[in-house]
Ligand binder design. Structure first.
Ligand code: F6P
Length: 323
């Protein structure tokens, strides 16, 4: 391998910059040229890239977002788009590629690998919804951001004896909601993985805790939960059926920003370094993951066929103690 490329794709996540830094530094220190591709697969198709060096990644380990920018690229989902990207790789002389992103990005990475461009995926998403990987880059920071934000909401909720219904991200997974919900002591945590039962879970539980003297409540809702309408509607429903004045908050994109946590910086550095060492061996179609605190790499097809779900015991604990 003489020249490799690195790109970030899909929703950005805190720690992506630390991963880029690790890829660039490992590549340069191994004697390779490293090209930074802007705006993910869109930039690859357009040939929008520049040569990076040790200093191009100075002072970014602590920064949220991605210095390479990110995008979701529909054209790359077509055969024509993939072929254009392969042509660009040949023109520029890219011998391999590191793709930092989520499941959709890995599908693209495996398509490119099949066409002879070895690609290594690094899981970067706040949702933690990569089945083969215990912890994705950005997940820890996002959970801490949610915790910080909801702690603030809790202050005012308590002062006014209210119920706050807070929506968090996660796409179709409840990892963020469950872990952050336990950490902030939410009275109820609604996640897509658990069948929705507003009457028995939310209303009855609130009434029961009201009888023990509790006067303020936080209900954390994962954005993937279906059947509640909007969080605003849920707050109105709760107010009507419990008599507790209720307010809704959607945390939104604040969850994707901010300086990455120690855990995300370390993980990103380990994964970036590992990805380049795999490419150096000329191997492609792998994804770097963390499983039981070990950094491993797996075949992308195998990784994409895996499944994982939220920790049901954590859900039980949250419900047993947040009462
Ligand atoms: O995948 C990360 C994520 O932040 C999800 O949690 C959320 O559903 C989605 O991206 C939001 O995407 P966009 O940035 O396009 O609004």
């Amino acid at each position: 391998m003489k020249t490799i490329g690195v790109l970030t794709s899909g929703g950005d996540a805190p720690g992506m910059n630390a991963a880029i830094r690790a890829v660039v530094r490992t590549g340069c220190e191994s004697g390779m040229r490293v090209m930074g591709i802007r705006r993910g697969f869109r930039g690859l198709i357009d040939g929008d890239m520049y040569e990076m060096n040790l200093r191009s990644v100075s002072d970014i380990i602590h920064r949220g977002g991605t210095i390479l920018y990110s995008a979701r690229c529909d054209e790359f989902r077509t055969d024509e788009g993939i072929n254009k990207a392969v042509d660009v790789c040949h023109e520029v002389g890219l011998d391999g590629l590191v793709v930092i992103g989520g499941d959709g990005s890995f599908k693209g990475a495996s398509d490119l690998s099949k066409k002879g461009i070895p690609c290594i995926g690094i899981p970067g998403t706040i949702d933690n919804d990569i089945a083969s990987c215990d912890y994705t880059i950005g997940y820890d920071t996002a959970m801490n951001t949610i915790m910080d934000m909801v702690d603030r909401i809790r202050d005012t909720t308590e002062s006014h004896h209210r119920c706050s219904v807070v929506e968090v991200m996660g796409r179709n997974s409840g990892f963020l909601a469950l872990n952050a919900g336990l950490a902030i002591g939410a009275t109820c945590i609604l996640v897509p993985e658990i069948k929705l039962d507003i009457e028995n879970y939310v209303i009855d539980r609130m009434r029961r805790t009201q009888k023990t003297g509790k006067e303020h409540f936080v209900i954390l809702v994962s954005e993937g939960v279906k059947g509640i309408g909007s969080v605003d509607e849920l707050a109105k429903y709760i107010q009507k059926h419990t008599g507790v004045e209720s307010r809704a908050t959607i945390l939104g994109h604040v969850q994707r920003g901010g300086s990455p946590s120690v855990r995300d910086r370390v993980l990103a550095s380990q994964m970036g370094n590992r990805a380049v060492h795999i490419l150096i061996k000329g191997i492609g179609n792998r994804i770097v993951v963390t499983r039981s605190d070990n950094i491993l790499d797996l075949d992308i097809y195998e990784a994409l066929s895996m499944s994982k779900t939220i920790d049901l015991d954590l859900y039980r604990i949250a419900n047993e103690i947040s009462i």
